[in-house]
Design a protein around this ligand. Structure first.
Ligand code: ZN
Length: 444
């Protein structure tokens, strides 16, 4: 452990406990946004609806678009700020790979009541086998009391009602020699009851949310492993949980802006965080990183200060975006899968991500900006590049940079088992991560 990280270690318990609570409270992107909004409200942010005028008064604000959230503060730059005041933006994503319930999910076979599921994102599907699974998401219900006749609500069920059972070794011994082969259609359906009759998922869900079955007009429903997030390792130096990719960054972002508004910088910069849904499936939606969500709000904030489109483009010309997503630590059992010149260790600091083919948006200027933020926070930095003979992952950075023209840097916190239903990261890294992001939002 370095000296700089040793000083951060005093914050480890607070950050780790906070992250574990955030992870457990956020089984779906909708819950991740709800939980983040609540933390921001406690920090003095007030919520703005997208259909309302953008507030012109200096203040701390948060806006949501379903599973996406954007928060900003003009309180520190204050009254009479220049309309072209640049932004510092930290981006992350709220969604994680999982199994999602099909619209007409009920079927039965061999005396089991089954649910049809679709794999969301690049899940390591083997990690969903033999786990106690709950369900969560959002429903749209008939509501004559509101305009449009539809209201939405979040729901979750933390009872262990679902399980995807794997086949006994005696019935297919080739799994030992050839590895487990899972077909998404055939082998991942959870069972959730017994009997020859099909169960009725819609009726069950209507009861869960307290409405008549006819009033349930639509649902977004997904599975979650019920094992809580917890510290693991001989010294408790690790954290094991679902959804670390990328709720660890979402949580660090929220902490960072809360810190930034309490300790503002001298320079005129507006701190922003944006948490996107749908990163794991390409970001092309009304609320993903490829949407209008970020650029529209950056423009609206300029307009609310009396600016015009010229001011908006001037603001973007000096804006820097830090796109945070988890990074691959070198796996001890598969070290040959990693670039040998760029080893990445857990609990050794945030990771700058570089890819010359622009799977990451980092360039030398972005790298320099992030390096200064880590320096200011007293956090060591690591640099990741993938092996030249392996395809590189990607994230929201290239999209936000293309949509805004802002200098962008991709970075992450190191972890193992990315896209497993149970991932692993370092507790020390989480404290360093939040500190580095806070420093990024408040440049000297
Ligand atoms: Zn991710």
């Amino acid at each position: 452990m370095t000296d700089a990280l040793r000083t951060l270690s005093t914050q480890v318990t607070d950050v780790t406990d906070g992250l574990c609570a955030y992870l457990d409270a956020s089984p779906s992107p909708f819950h991740a946004v709800e939980t983040a909004a609540e933390l921001l409200r406690q920090g003095g942010f007030s919520e703005v609806a997208e259909c309302d005028p953008t507030p012109s008064a200096p203040g701390r604000y948060v806006v949501r678009r379903a599973g996406s959230l954007l928060a900003w503060s003009t309180a520190e730059v204050g009254e009479g700020r220049a309309a072209h005041t640049p932004y510092r933006v930290v981006g992350a994503h709220t969604d994680s790979p999982n199994l999602r319930i099909k619209p007409l999910p009920d079927w039965s076979r061999a005396g089991w009541q089954m649910l049809g599921v679709e794999v969301y994102g690049g899940a390591l599907t083997n990690s969903w086998l033999d786990r106690d699974l709950g369900l969560s998401g959002r429903v749209a219900v008939r509501d004559d009391a509101v305009t449009g006749g539809i209201s939405q609500r979040l729901w979750r069920c933390d009872d262990p009602i679902l399980r995807v059972s794997q086949l006994a070794i005696h019935l297919d011994r080739t799994v030992r020699s050839e590895g487990l082969q899972l077909n998404d259609q055939l082998h991942l359906a959870p069972h959730w009851g017994q009997g020859v009759e099909r169960a009725n998922f819609r009726s069950w869900l209507a009861e869960q949310v307290g409405v008549q079955a006819e009033a349930l007009l639509g649902f977004d429903a997904m599975t979650h492993d019920l094992t809580p997030a917890r510290r693991v390792g001989a010294q408790g130096e690790l954290i094991a949980s679902a959804r670390l990719d990328n709720l660890a960054t979402s949580y660090a972002s929220v902490r960072a802006i809360l810190h930034a508004v309490e300790h503002p910088c001298d320079g005129p910069v507006i701190p922003v965080i944006v948490l996107f849904d749908h990163e794991e499936v390409g970001s092309m939606s009304e609320r993903g990183a490829h949407s209008t969500f970020l650029p529209a709000w950056l423009e609206r904030i300029v307009m609310a200060a009396g600016g015009n489109r010229e001011d908006y483009w001037r603001a973007l010309a000096s804006t820097v975006i830090a796109s945070g997503d988890m990074a691959h630590a070198t796996h001890p059992n598969y070290a040959e899968r990693h670039e040998p010149g760029h080893p990445i260790m857990v609990n050794a600091g945030p990771v700058l991500k570089v890819n010359t083919n622009l799977r990451y948006a980092t360039d030398s200027l972005g790298a320099a900006t992030f390096t200064l933020a880590c320096e200011a926070a007293g956090v060591p930095m690591q640099t990741f590049v993938t092996r030249s003979d392996l395809p590189c992952g990607s994230t929201v950075g290239p999209m936000t940079s293309a949509l805004t023209g802002a200098t962008t840097v991709d970075f992450g916190a190191p972890m193992l088992s990315m896209h497993s239903s149970r991932e692993l990261a370092g507790t020390l890294d989480q404290a360093g991560y939040a500190a580095a992001l806070a420093a990024f939002l408040t440049p000297a």
